[in-house]
Ligand binder design. Sequence first.
Ligand code: XLS
Ligand code: MG
Length: 350
Amino acid sequence: MKKSTTLTTYRFSFGPWNISEGADPFGPDSRAVFPHEKKFALYRPLGFEGVQFHDDDVVPGLDGLTAAQIQRQAARIKAILASEGLTPEFVAPRLWFAEQTIDGAYTANSAADRAYAWDRTKKCIDIARAIDCKAIVLWLSREGTYIREAKNAKLAYDRLLESLNQMLAYDRTIEVWIEPKPNEPTDQAYVPTVGHAIALAYASKAPKRVKGLIESAHALLAGLDPSDEMAFAIAHDKLGSVHLNDQNGLKYDEDKNFGSANLRSAFNQVRVLEENGYCRRGEFVGLDVKTMRSQRGCPVVEHLKNSRAMFLHLLDKVRALDQKLVQQYRDARDYEALELYVLKHLLAVK
Ligand code: XLS
Ligand code: MG
């Protein structure tokens, strides 16, 4: 990729679910509900231009609506986005709430459940089109098992590829960004890494329209380095977007603030994005962060503001890196000196 001399201006996005009430599997909301449609007015003042959506963030209760009702509600949201100066980044089918997705969506053992997943996916694509959004995101949350014997794994992968091809045929321009995660809610998920996602892309009928969306915490939960995962997707020109956040060890998905647990890893994620011209073709820096349940306030937005600020601080650090010195250390294979230099650079000590 030709090195550009102009500095990239980064655009940021988040989904309305990032402004949450704090409920967790062990306790109810700890904050008052902030009205969904009032959230859009918060975006630009916080420095965000992109909105990530679930299909039912655009059209609540869509399962019970007609196509005309879905289109009318989508048109309402499209008008709100325009009035707030916001761009929809993607629409994700929420295939993890409905009764029909208890045993999976595209890989469900029941043909009726798989039919529901496909019907819901078509509605999601229609909604994306209706709000002028070019991509859908598949977080394959329930495509996996609690015990391996529950499904024929090879058949499950066949069904995932078949579903992907159906989406690509249903809409000849939509992009499909697969968001890998190794587990949770299932014990083991079928597409745990971006390597699996990109293999599906190449096996699909329209590889150019299938990309990955890499979430920092999901890569960390897979025991991988998020920056290397991003570099792999970029090497295949298949990094649709990112969900920057953080994770403190192998446990439930914490969606912690970007840089809050693994600062060096966050630095390298920003370095890989910056060094490879991410965002130069309109991509967003997406966040997927949740504030602590114990945080007071309504709405709580500090975690979004702070994660965006941390990205920009680390971007300054990347841009101030002495690339000549880095190359000298690499040429000399003096990686101890290189590591000390990076750590002192991050600590701003001489
Ligand atoms: C999981 C996913 C999810 C969004 C996108 O991390 O990003 O939070 O709903 O499907
Ligand atoms: Mg995510």
